[in-house]
Design a binder for this molecule. Structure first.
Ligand code: SF4
Length: 366
């Protein structure tokens, strides 16, 4: 913990003791004071107490792109998790500052792959296959360092929305695909594309082992990572709901396990989930397997449908939830009173350069 973190923690104690109404009023005032120069963006999984101030709500890539396009906004407050703020910094220009309200809001999935581990994995895979035969692909939910590694090796970033098209393209180009860090997304999309289980292998970064189902048939090497939020959905929860409501439809995010996806009616990105509910008939019952903050917002947005939580006792993403009203209020006050204490996200030039290549490769293919 550095000196700024210690100061921030000490100040936060005061903010947690304050009345939320005061903070809401202050945030509004400071936002008005800066006008178009300041932009607040919030990921779909943020709490309503944050979303109420957002100029844009969306997935991580969309928010980074909106921020990058809005050149008038010189200060971007990114309410999400670290890798998202990094992506925003990579895509915005040097005149824009990406400010992140809580430096401890990481992402457990992104943290499952680091530079040291990927370098070791790549060495292993290069010895086993020829490196020119392997296309590295990283989910956007990965650190800037991982995106950079992938960009340096002519790879590509994917989102849950475009993973299908890009993996389909990559299968026609590479003998082997190395997909990280979310094994569930990689597995679900590959199987949807007709890739057999036998062709899927799993790289275990902690034990540095490659687990192959059939070495002769390996095509896609998945990284042994997962999202702790989406991993908690189970087939049993789906069966229980189907017993209670035989007409229910179940839609889940592709970060869920393959067993859960198979037991569901649909799998889709956040945009697909919103679209699915939007298109469903009024009165229909739909259970959604993704972050509960988002599902609860969708219940209100589509109050004429019966939108349900697939797992009502699940926690929403605890890392996303680290950004709350006190953290935002402190950040807004710092803009005026203590700009030197703002947590500004800055990806170094080399990492940014190669990460941008991987992101641009994705944009060319989407
Ligand atoms: S929901 Fe999962 S992938 Fe998204 S930020 Fe939380 S831990 Fe990371």
């Amino acid at each position: 913990m550095d000196i700024l973190d210690i100061k921030r923690q000490a100040r936060l104690e005061k903010y947690y003791a304050e009345a939320p109404e005061e903070q809401i009023e202050r945030i509004r005032e400071i936002k008005n004071h800066f006008g178009d120069e300041l932009m607040i963006v919030a990921h779909h999984y943020q709490k309503d107490e944050i979303v109420q101030f957002a100029d844009a709500v969306g997935d991580s890539l969309k928010l980074a792109q909106i921020a990058a396009t809005n050149k008038t906004a010189k200060k971007i407050i990114f309410c999400g998790v670290t890798f998202m703020a990094e992506t925003a910094d990579i895509l915005t220009d040097n005149s824009q500052k990406v400010i992140f309200p809580d430096p401890t809001a990481g992402c457990s999935l992104a943290d499952m792959a680091n530079s040291f581990q990927i370098t070791k994995a790549w060495k292993f895979l290069k010895n086993r296959y020829s490196s020119s035969d392997i296309i590295p692909i990283t989910y956007v939910n990965s650190s800037a360092a991982i995106k950079s590694f992938v960009g340096k090796h002519n790879g590509v970033v994917v989102t849950s929305g475009n993973a299908r098209n890009i993996i389909e393209w990559a299968l026609t180009r590479g003998k082997y695909l190395f997909f990280l860090p979310d094994q569930n997304l990689g597995r679900n999309i590959s199987i949807q594309l007709g890739v057999s289980q036998e062709a899927l292998a799993l790289w275990k970064p902690l034990s540095e082992e490659l687990i192959e189902n059939n070495p002769e048939k390996t095509r896609i090497i998945l990284w042994d990572g997962y999202c702790s939020v989406h991993q908690q959905f189970t087939v049993r929860q789906i069966k229980n709901l189907r017993n209670l409501y035989p007409d229910i439809k179940i839609i889940v995010h592709p970060e869920c396990t393959n067993e859960v996806v198979n037991a569901s009616d649909e799998m889709g990105s956040t945009a697909d989930i919103i679209n699915y509910i939007h298109k469903s008939p009024v009165g229909s019952r739909i259970a959604v397997g993704t972050d509960n903050n988002l599902v609860i917002r969708l219940q209100r947005l589509f109050s004429d449908r019966k939108v349900m939580l697939l797992n009502p006792i699940a926690c929403s993403c605890v890392l996303m939830n680290r950004i709350d009203l006190p953290h935002l209020a402190l950040t807004m006050d710092n803009l005026i009173q203590r700009p030197e204490e703002l947590n500004i996200v800055k990806v170094d030039n080399e990492t940014s350069h190669f990460a941008k290549i991987a992101l641009e490769n994705m944009l060319k293919l989407s």
